[in-house]
Design a protein around this ligand. Structure first.
Ligand code: GDR
Length: 323
């Protein structure tokens, strides 16, 4: 039975990746900062069959000891401070967790598990405000945010550890990916939770930042599939993962409010508190390499994704959950 170690297992992507690996017969060890009971509770059904290990990714010695004990065949490094807006509020913390945490994982793998396969969860934010659209594996890395710069640091060192130390290490350059498990601070979930509250009469308005920002939004379950496929390749390499379709925040609002029979223009208000010091304007993936080499395809359209998220939040509010 192969063993997979997933860092940041309680996050959205871990909740899709862990059950997928379990279904395929992996032993899955999930790294979390939380107590195992709290981690399992936050993951719900997705926690089934996972062995939890507790450590902070900034603790290099703990990572080394963990790899020695677990002896993983595959490592998925998903742990991160993943809020772009939040990275402006605390850039040093972001760099410690997202940049130095990734370096600690690379070092631990080099020292204790040099034959394991490593997947670094990277981000389209490494491209900043790219001169070309769509973005592919050859687009220049030029981040404009503390989060993007931290992910770029991890990306460059993953290339370097692969070339210099011969690790089977690959970066998945993931564009925005969403689901009903998305954190409430990200714009898609903020919108669908807002729709559910407004539909239930709990709220009337939804304050948002830049409505014209465009993103390539896919379904998180498909991105977990891409990560697994990447580690099944004989040789390591980096892949851009995204749908190739772009929509504005405004279009997301229109679709999400529309799915609940509402008109977003009557509820969405622009609020400068949610504007960012710098924001990537249009990010859209050219994932042709992933299609060709990994046989990877998306399975959920933009409209289906929006409906899935709105319906899940409507059900939560109906069930008495406070969003
Ligand atoms: P992003 O995701 O920064 O792209 O990073 P987010 O959903 O936070 O923002 C997307 C776009 O929406 C605009 N926006 C708002 N965003 C938030 N959060 N709240 C608002 O009220 C709001 N109004 C408008 C933003 O300005 C932005 O343009 C995500 C994260 O998951 C990263 O970890 C990941 O690496 C990238 O996607 C790919």
């Amino acid at each position: 039975m192969p063993t997979a170690l997933i860092t940041g297992v309680t996050g959205q992507d871990g909740c899709y990746l862990a059950p997928r690996l379990r279904q395929q017969g992996y032993r899955v060890v999930g790294l979390t900062r939380q107590a195992p009971e709290a981690a399992a509770a936050s993951m719900g059904d997705a926690a089934e069959g996972i062995e939890f290990a507790r450590a902070d990714v900034r603790d290099a010695a703990a990572l080394v000891a963990l790899l020695r004990r677990v002896a993983p065949h595959e490592i998925y490094h998903l742990a991160s401070q993943s809020g772009v807006r939040a990275s402006w509020d605390d850039p040093v913390h972001t760099a410690e967790v997202t940049a130095l945490g990734a370096l600690g994982v690379l070092e631990a793998v080099r020292a204790e598990a040099p034959t394991a396969r490593l997947l670094m969860a990277s981000s389209s934010e490494i491209f900043g405000r790219p001169p070309q659209s769509p973005q592919s594996e050859t687009t220049p890395v030029a981040p404009v945010t503390p989060y993007g710069a931290s992910k770029a640091f991890a990306y460059h060192l993953t290339c370097s550890y692969r070339d210099v130390h011969g690790l089977h290490a690959s970066s998945a350059i993931l564009f925005n990916h969403e689901s009903p498990r998305r954190g409430i601070d990200f714009v898609t979930r903020k919108i669908t939770a807002g729709v559910a509250r407004i539909a239930a009469g709990i709220d009337r308005e939804l304050p948002l930042g830049n409505l014209e920002a465009r993103r390539d939004w896919g379904f998180a379950g498909d991105y977990a599939d891409a990560m697994w496929r990447m580690l099944q390749q004989a040789s390591p390499s980096d892949f851009v993962i995204g749908t190739g379709e772009t929509h504005s925040v405004r279009e997301f609002c229109e679709a999400a409010f529309g799915a609940a029979g509402l008109d977003y223009r009557q509820h969405v208000v622009e609020d400068e508190r949610f504007l960012r010091p710098a924001d990537a304007r249009t990010l859209v993936a050219d994932a042709r390499r992933a299609h060709a080499k990994l046989g990877w395809q998306t399975t959920v359209t933009f409209d289906a994704l929006v409906r899935m998220m709105v319906e899940a939040d409507l059900r939560r509010v109906e069930g008495g959950e406070v969003l």
